[in-house]
Design a protein around this ligand. Sequence first.
Ligand code: SF4
Length: 336
Amino acid sequence: MNRISETTDIPVGISACVMGEEVRFNGGHSQSRICQNQLAKHFKFQPFCPEVAAGFGIPRPTMRLTGDPANPTLIFSKPPSENAGDPEKDPGNPQLHDLSKQLTDACQPMLDRCEQLDGFILKKDSPSCGMERVKIYQPSGHPHEERGAGLFARELMQRYPNLPIEEDGRLNDAQLRENFVMRVFAHHNFRTEVAGQPSFHNLLQFHSSYKYLLMAHNQTAYRELGKMLAVAHNEPLDALLKTYQQQFMSAINTPASRGSHCNVMQHIMGYLKQSVESSARQDILNVFEQYRLGEVNLITPMTLLSHYINQNGSEYIRAQRYLEPYPPHLGLRNQV
Ligand code: SF4
């Protein structure tokens, strides 16, 4: 198992404008400082602009989604000016300007490459890249109440339901950022340690190392995955890995609450019963309580716990990814 702090080249896709490339319709960018300054230290970003790939050019007219919210169409927000007013070229039928196929066809090579990625960061609100809440317009020009995903994002999510995907704007939220980065590392670990060298033994090792992290995020999935593996040794491996990964990634999809973290930290404390004297144990429990009440952030109890686990913990407990799910110097536990 690689030390997580040494991992520096996790492949993650990103909307090119979020990476700072000047590919927006107006020739600008939407650079994210979090991606540029913090995440780029460990993620090897692979920028992609669906609209440039589709040949729409820079600058280009703005685009929007229109029609059926369940299956929207990409069109120019206004017909290209050279056609405006020409009844033959611009008869007012938005279908004439349907850009959906041109865009989705151009995205296919990138979508194929996404099999080798461990996450994707998308630009919010874009009719191509937006992950959710993208406006879909009615023929009247007013948006439907129902929102949707941009066309590239939609295909990405359908094809790779286990891939951690987040929007640039949501990464400003410390909890969502922490959860996204944790999922990217978990996806990477599964892809390289289990899917890349498939065996029941490797799956068990992976599961064992993620036990407490799973417990913090979803107690039900933690129990069910444990039960599933207990009787799965004769199952066809391909199907087992697929089911396991799907249930595992979905279980860690939402941030763990302070209460869940406290519960897990108390479980881990059980491993220190014999080796840490009771007054020190009480001090640690007091810090857990401060964390539960929101007086300190997760880094405080985790640093204390990790200190004692590193000194006195068994190999099994020291190998728990919960203690270090991503490189500590990212500072993500300082903020949640
Ligand atoms: S949001 Fe997507 S399509 Fe639009 S400029 Fe950024 S990368 Fe290109």
